[in-house]
Design a protein around this ligand. Structure first.
Ligand code: ATP
Length: 290
């Protein structure tokens, strides 16, 4: 289960124990080069881990790579689709070989919804047009698991909204599981229920979204001069200060944290929840610093 991946002597993933509950929408965040795309490729057996073993939809990916891939709708990081001369229509038709559950009528409907001209050749497509076709290929076999690697990369704002709607529809119709890597956290705000943060190849956070909402909070504290060196508080993710007022973002049990602040002589004026984006950015920075 615990995956590691080395490229030569450099470590792309280190002891990653990613667990995506069935039916969850799991958002994988992390800085550039953190290992997100590598992890998704390992799950599909498109690359092999240096150590460890992945299991996807109950199947070991090293032994059942083709079966796993048939059950997964995958939007890869890159924009390489197929031979430049091939039309989108032909490329989509060829997907049916890999996906027994391919629904041609649904694929047509998705193409219309995403305004794809299927007579065009792959070599003539723009980045966003390529992405649209990749999204059709990921959804048209109604897979029980979507692995989406920065799915909105290259898409214009209207297409992004359409893709989010399509993914939400897919989710409500199939009850599928989604693992999505993204830098655009706010885009997924309404869908996400599990969060993972990768930092330098390590999974530094893995938690239900509600747990993060309840435990990562901004504390506004009024305190005497020099107070900031006093408190015995771990997991301070961020500190800022304006005069005698301090704003700290802290991960921990709210009551316990507030009690520690009070014991150190600080007066808690306000405790506020963070947006998912802000909480994840603070966790990413903490992961990068540790
Ligand atoms: P981004 O957000 O920039 O897309 P990422 O989190 O998806 O980044 P990966 O593409 O998984 O990151 O890369 C993780 C690390 O592995 C990086 O340091 C990268 O340089 C390295 N890496 C990825 N693929 C290869 C490869 N084929 N050969 C050598 N190193 C690689």
């Amino acid at each position: 289960r615990v995956l590691s991946k080395l490229y030569g002597r450099s470590t792309a993933l280190k002891d990653v124990d990613l667990r995506v509950p069935q039916g969850a929408v799991y958002m994988l965040a992390g800085e550039n080069g953190a290992g997100k795309s590598t992890l998704l490729r390992l799950l599909l057996n498109l690359e092999q881990p240096t150590s460890g073993r992945a299991e996807v939809t109950g199947l070991a990916t090293d032994r059942h790579g083709a079966r796993v891939r048939a059950r997964v709708g995958y939007v890869p990081e890159g924009f390489g689709m197929g031979p430049r001369w091939m039309t989108v229509e032909r490329w989509l038709a060829e997907r049916t070989v890999y996906y027994p559950a391919w629904d041609a009528g649904y694929a047509d409907a998705l193409c219309r919804r995403l305004d794809i001209d299927v007579s065009r050749r792959i070599g003539q497509l723009s980045k966003g047009q390529t992405r649209r076709a990749q999204i059709v290929a990921a959804l048209a076999h109604r897979p029980p698991l979507l692995l989406l690697d920065e799915p909105s990369d290259g898409l214009d704002p209207a297409a992004r909204d359409t893709v989010l709607e399509l993914v939400s529809d897919h989710l409500s119709q199939t009850g599928c599981t989604i693992l999505v890597s993204t830098h655009l956290i706010y885009e997924l705000d309404a869908l996400v229920d599990q969060v993972g943060v990768l930092s330098h190849g390590r999974l530094t956070t893995q938690a239900p979204r509600d747990a993060l909402r309840d435990t990562v909070k901004a504390y506004r504290i009024r305190a005497p001069e020099g107070w900031e060196t006093a408190p015995d508080i771990s997991n301070v993710l961020h500190r800022s200060r304006f005069g005698r007022e301090h704003n700290w973002v802290i991960r921990g049990d709210e009551t316990e944290v507030a009690a520690r602040i009070a014991a150190s002589g600080g007066e808690v004026r306000d405790i506020a929840s963070l947006t998912l984006h802000d909480a994840v950015v603070h966790l990413m920075r903490q992961g990068a610093a540790s």
